[in-house]
Design a protein around this ligand. Structure first.
Ligand code: ATP
Length: 577
């Protein structure tokens, strides 16, 4: 197995640590002060720092300044390279590199050729993706060091859940070349959950969380079980089609067509590299503006053949033309829940993370998948939501401050993104109780998907007048009870006809915010499964209580202890896995 951490690094007491998220589109740096994580702005004032390097006359630019050079100096600008680390040329997807330095094969790895030295006659350099990453990380860490006023030595870095050991080893080596110790990698969804759970007002309850990490070039959705402070990744879905650049493309096509309509005979701005770069840059800015306001402008000087172009778009129009992309995000979320073997009713929270998660329509659509009881954490659905662009770096910074005191060796052994392999139980374990109508109902004590070993204790009330208490420990699983509504007569025509009538006028939106009134009712109900143990406690006092403790061991065997609160003795038994 590849080594995920350097063997040597600063002694724990000499470290200055930060959290880093190093994305294909943007990166961020954060640090923790008084248990609170803060994202650091670089010298340009940016907290989302484009993962781009550009070389002009031997000078290196990074971040937003480098991004601006995608218009005037694309061939010496390197962008969208993070996912190439630790990969062979034949396995990469260069789709996003058409408008900047092109990736090429270089031995076992991927490289870019750029003129990074001064003077026309200088021969261009071929830089491996590791070298590019090292140079970029050096700039990132430099900004953090300048801000903190001391040299940053170490970091926790977030990575997607499907980043393999080879990719991690390549990133570790690139960081080491930039004089940065990677203390630990944490998976992006866990970083997002950590950032939320670290808030002082957070209640650390057992919960199922869906984290939708929607970035520029990829979307990664994970279903995470949070049980007693332990996180288990139950399922993940990765997609490279539905992400921020797909939304940029929708707007680029929209404005290009409008430009051509207004300027008949002009060249299509999508057919000239420089015009295309301008179109892309401004479309992205318009898209971001539409997350905040209901109208946004688009304006480019000399878009094509020297013609300036200015226009506006409203949010409803945008939501209509981008509808198929938005629907793609919903499908990803639904498929992740399904892959985890869960129902949407099992999901307590949805965290929308990544830049694209600022989009109000995405949050609204995702909220329609889930019942009203599911919290949707995004800026447009919860006023107290954390900025989705900052979640990753914050989670990483919190983790960095937690582990900075440990030796690199210990961190390596104790952690990993191994959350995914932690054993967990599938069914819930609980007791049977009698409902008011005398029916047997299941009361969960250890929820399903709990990482083991685990221990939970509950108190069960004895019968009013005391006496013998029989405690039955059983497995429970949920099923979804569907209640069909009474058929209603419709007033005028079907919904489908209504949508058609709306045509494609500017103000139509096919997404109806009001869910159908006559939707069937779905609820989660417990089903009693296999009996694991029975314990009889004789002569429990009037009004007494029985304490039931369930220990699930690492091999999934279960030990149950029951005793009367305040009484003597008790019953204990073990059920093997
Ligand atoms: P990836 O690795 O998938 O390329 P990333 O994690 O590096 O992405 P993020 O900063 O999370 O990058 O996401 C970048 C995307 O988010 C870009 O497409 C950007 O246009 C989009 N974005 C940023 N802010 C907003 C906003 N306010 N509204 C809508 N989209 C936004």
């Amino acid at each position: 197995m590849a080594d995920n951490g350097p063997k040597t690094g600063p002694a724990p007491g000499d470290r200055t640590v930060i959290g880093i998220t190093f994305g294909n589109s943007n990166s961020s740096i954060a640090y923790t002060v008084d248990d609170k994580a803060e994202v650091i702005a670089n010298e340009d004032g940016d907290r989302q720092i484009p993962t781009i390097l550009s070389y002009v006359d031997g000078e290196e630019y990074y971040g937003q300044q480098a991004k601006a050079f995608l218009v005037r100096n694309p061939s010496n600008t390197v962008a969208y390279f993070r996912d190439f680390l630790g990969k062979e040329f034949k396995s990469i997807d260069p789709t996003h590199n058409h408008a900047s330095a092109h990736p090429q094969e270089s031995g076992e790895t991927v490289a870019f050729t750029v003129k990074d030295k001064e003077g026309e006659e200088e021969t261009p350099s071929t830089l491996s993706v590791s070298e590019v990453s090292a140079r970029y990380l050096r700039r990132l860490v430099g900004s953090a060091s300048d801000y903190l006023g001391k040299k940053v030595t170490s970091a926790v870095v977030t990575v997607p859940t499907n980043f393999n050991d080879k990719q991690k080893a390549a990133l570790t080596a690139a960081a080491a070349a930039a004089d940065l110790e990677i203390l630990q990698f944490i998976s992006e969804p866990v970083a997002a959950v950590l950032a939320y759970d670290a808030r002082p007002e957070a209640q650390i309850a057992d919960k199922i969380v869906v984290v939708a990490e929607l970035g520029g070039t990829r979307s990664d959705v994970a279903v995470v079980a949070s049980r007693g402070g332990l996180y288990t990744v139950l399922a993940t879905v990765h997609d490279y089609e539905y992400a921020g650049v797909a939304l940029d493309k929708v707007l680029m096509d929209h404005f290009a067509k409008e430009f051509l309509k207004k300027n008949s005979g002009a060249a299509d701005p999508r057919e000239n590299a420089r015009s295309l770069a301008k179109l892309r840059f401004e479309s992205e800015a318009t898209k971001k503006a539409l997350s905040l306001g209901t109208n946004a402008s688009f304006s480019v000087e000399s878009l094509s053949a020297g013609i300036d172009f200015a226009s506006t778009i409203n949010r409803l129009r945008y939501e209509t033309i981008a509808r198929s992309v938005f629907e793609g995000f919903n499908r990803l979320v639904e498929s992740a829940v399904k892959k985890a073997g869960l129902d949407v009713l099992d999901v307590d929270e949805v965290i929308l993370s990544g830049g694209t998660s600022h989009t109000p329509r995405i949050a609204a659509n995702v909220s329609h998948i889930f019942p009203q009881t599911t919290r949707i954490l995004s800026p447009s659905t919860e006023t107290t939501a954390i900025n989705p662009s900052e979640l990753q770096a914050r989670g990483a910074a919190l983790q960095a401050s937690l582990i900075q005191e440990y030796d690199a060796e210990d961190i390596n052994q104790s952690t990993h993104a191994a959350v995914t392999t932690v054993p967990h139980i599938t069914n819930a374990i609980g007791v049977i109780s009698l409902s008011e109508s005398g029916e047997e109902v299941f009361v969960p004590i250890v929820p399903p998907e709990t990482a083991v070993p685990a221990r939970r204790t509950v108190l069960v009330a004895a019968p009013k007048d005391g006496g013998d208490v029989l405690v039955k420990i059983v497995e429970g699983n949920t099923h979804i009870k569907v209640t069909k509504p009474e058929p209603k007569t419709k007033e005028n025509g079907s919904k489908a006809a209504k949508v058609e009538d709306a045509g494609d006028s500017d103000d139509d939106s096919d997404f109806s915010d009001d869910d159908d009134d006559d939707e069937e009712k779905r609820e989660k109900v417990w089903k009693i499964g296999a009996t694991l143990a029975e314990a009889a406690l004789r002569g429990v006092k009037k009004g007494g209580k029985v304490e039931v403790t369930i220990n699930v061991n690492a091999d999934r065997s279960v030990m149950v202890t029951t005793r009367e609160v305040g009484g003597k003795g008790g019953v204990r038994g073990t059920v093997s896995a």
